[in-house]
Design a protein around this ligand. Structure first.
Ligand code: NAP
Ligand code: ZN
Length: 351
């Protein structure tokens, strides 16, 4: 297959900094679109994968899966987009479209495993898919979203992963009026979850390990903010929550948060601590509680989420950086020093 060389930012090893490299994009297929990438968010999953936290990284790796840009070319069978359209690509760029999960629009659970926008086996070119820290992306139009004109493009980029990852469980567990929703961790995912849960009408309580985020959580819309290291403050919320989203990226004691659930409540993990978490049997048995998980969301739901955000004026609070600041940004993300998402201005890759 013919390929086109484009510039990207990636690394060949877990301990080497990211740097400019050339990668190949496939020739445009009949159902493909080509996107010029304008902005790409930095998610903690990019960091996990660079560091091979899950033991599945294929180097060289070009991360980036919160991708927004402009359509530059369309294949001859594409009617969904035309040149010049604003568009977005998230985590999923292909799936079997034959299994029940794909038929139900839950491509993230495809029986054949979806192809992710980076670090997935590339069916066309072999090797791994390369993500959004690059000049362009090419994939089938089905996996590309329409970007509502109303949203600021840079601060909307994080919606493509952080946004859908919290929107999907909020919808599934029916966050809304009369529901008390807890959010653990105010990072990229957590801060968007606050805004969405409030827009859905829920009463939102956040639990953070960072004293500096307590007041900020209220600015973001939370009704209550609790320093989770403060046992007395935590005790006041015992048995209160209908539903908790856990966005914590590292090993932590999930039991103290299960205790915050009321009868039949659910704590859903979306954070991906690399090590297993320990669960005390009494923390779920008493009160018939559920410990659940959720993974991004399907393509249809991702479009629905973008439209919901446009209707409710929801975007991420971002720090816009240049490509040559990516390594510093990953160091800061690892230390929890970001309020609340880094987004890379991909135009700076060209210069
Ligand atoms: P992030 O911006 O780094 O936020 C994570 C937050 O977790 C931090 O801001 C911090 O919040 C809290 N935290 C970090 N270390 C902690 C520790 N040792 N103990 C307690 N709290 C801690 O990361 P993100 O981009 O939001 O991603 C969060 C997690 O979700 C990552 O593991 C990521 O890989 C995963 N993820 C999963 C999916 C999915 O589909 N399931 C999708 C995207 C991301 P406070 O300072 O408020 O305590
Ligand atoms: Zn992500």
């Amino acid at each position: 297959m013919e390929t086109k060389e484009v510039k990207a930012y990636g690394t060949k090893a877990m301990d080497a900094p990211l740097h400019v490299m050339n990668i190949k994009r496939r020739e445009l297929q009949h159902r493909d679109v080509e996107m010029e990438i304008l902005y790409c968010g930095i998610c903690h999953s990019d960091l996990h994968q660079i560091k091979n936290d899950f033991g599945m990284t294929m180097y060289p790796i070009v991360p980036g899966h919160e991708i927004v840009g402009k359509i530059t070319r369309v294949g001859e069978h594409v009617s969904k987009f035309k040149e010049g359209d604003l568009a977005a690509i998230g985590c999923i760029v292909d799936s079997c479209q034959e299994c029940d999960n794909c038929h139900d629009g839950e491509e993230q659970f495809c029986d054949q495993f979806p192809t992710f926008s980076f670090n997935s086996p590339d069916k066309y070119l072999g090797g791994a898919t390369y993500g959004g820290f690059s000049e362009t992306y090419i994939c089938e139009d089905k996996y590309v979203l329409h970007m509502p004109e109303k949203l600021d493009l840079a601060s909307a980029a994080p919606l493509l992963c952080a946004g859908i990852t919290v929107y999907s469980p909020l919808m599934h567990w029916q966050a809304g009026p009369d529901k008390k929703v807890g959010i653990l961790g105010i990072g990229g995912l957590g801060h968007v979850a606050i805004k969405m849960a409030k827009a859905m009408g829920a009463e939102v309580t956040v639990f953070t390990t960072s004293a500096s985020k307590v007041d900020d959580a209220k600015r973001l819309g939370a009704d209550h903010a609790v320093l989770s290291k403060d046992a007395d403050a935590m005790a006041k919320y015992t048995g209160q929550m209908h539903f908790i989203i856990d966005t914590v990226s590292a090993k932590h004691d999930v039991n103290s948060f299960l205790n915050l659930l009321r009868r039949d409540g659910t704590l859903v993990l979306v954070g991906l601590p690399p090590e297993p978490l320990e669960v005390g049997s009494f923390n779920v048995v008493l009160g018939r509680k559920s410990l659940a998980g959720s993974n991004i969301g399907g393509i249809k739901e991702t479009q629905e989420m973008l439209d919901f955000c446009a209707n409710h004026d929801i975007t991420a609070d971002i720090e816009l950086i240049q490509v040559d600041q990516i390594n510093d940004a990953f160091e800061r993300l690892e230390k929890g020093d970001v309020k609340y998402r880094f987004v890379v201005d991909m135009a700076t890759l060209k210069s």
